[in-house]
Design a protein around this ligand. Structure first.
Ligand code: NAD
Length: 250
């Protein structure tokens, strides 16, 4: 029996990268997965992949920065499945720019997707989780929601916001029996970090900073997300789980 048997899970930004991997693992563990993303083509490809492998997945086009999109997606989930048990607020974008080089438009874009998107999701999902009798929300922050790094101002501010928004949501949503936790990945091989390892200075930096000496595969984060999403983490609430190969340890 799968670890998410009977659960309905919504994963945002699940067309590519880590979201794609989380959706695949959830389906393998028996969940019905609602894959949402702005990238329709890749989202549909991942949905097809899961269904071809014997899982249950559906794709919905969804911009996490849009309140109207959130309403549509949650209404559709309730109509199709009657409830949502798990929400992974995974969609995000990176802006590699210093504070002085960041325009107001860029700041707003990063904040709208990375932080407002998580706020909208935590708020919109409540009626669907009430129908499930409770639920688990996993917010994807970053190690850059905990520590600083050059040329990453808006991204870090957004991810630091997700870290504390998670604790606020844990406090406010507990009355609905909704657990809320954050995940803080380090250096993960996805579209977002494509090619980093091929740049000699970057590769040397990773080897020097990450105790395990390497970047991670998306699946190594998915295993942590699965734990927080499942009932196995029934007493884990308002916490932050760092998955960074020891990057922030020293
Ligand atoms: N890759 C890393 O090393 C790393 C480290 C720490 C945290 N993260 C975080 O993990 C999450 C996933 O990152 P990834 O590396 O898989 O990124 P990715 O770029 O590979 O994939 C992100 C997905 O989000 C989707 N997306 C972008 N904007 C969206 C929007 N407005 N609405 C809906 N979907 C949208 C994209 O289409 C894409 O499918 C992000 O929140 C990211 O900030 C990544």
């Amino acid at each position: 029996m799968g670890r998410l048997e009977g659960k309905v899970a919504l994963v945002t930004g699940a067309a590519l990268g880590m979201g794609r991997s989380h959706a695949r693992l959830f389906a393998k563990e028996g969940a019905t997965v609602i894959i949402t993303d702005v990238n329709e083509e890749a989202g549909r490809e991942n949905t097809q992949f899961i269904n071809d492998a014997g899982g249950k997945a559906v794709f919905l086009k969804h911009d996490v920065a849009s309140e109207a999109d959130w309403k549509q997606v949650v209404d559709q989930a309730i109509e199709s499945y009657g409830k949502v048990d798990i929400l992974v607020n995974n969609a995000g974008i990176l802006l590699s720019k210093s504070l002085e080089d960041t325009s107001v438009e860029e700041w707003d874009l990063v904040m709208n997707i990375n932080l407002k998107g998580v706020f909208l999701g935590c708020r919109a999902i409540v009626p669907a989780m009430n129908k499930a009798g409770g639920g688990s929300i996993v917010n994807i922050s970053s190690i850059y929601g905990i520590i600083g790094s050059p040329d990453c101002a808006a991204y870090e501010a957004s991810k630091g916001g997700v870290r504390l928004l998670t604790k606020a949501a844990a406090t406010d949503l507990v009355k609905h029996k909704i657990r809320v936790n954050s995940i803080h990945p380090g250096m993960i091989k996805t579209e977002m970090t494509k090619g980093i390892e091929d740049i000699p200075e970057a590769a040397a930096g990773i080897a020097a900073k990450v105790l395990l000496g390497r970047m991670a595969e998306p699946e190594e984060v998915s295993n942590a997300v699965l734990f927080l999403a499942s009932d196995e983490s029934s007493y884990v609430h308002g916490s932050e789980l760092v998955v960074d190969g020891g990057y922030t340890t020293v």
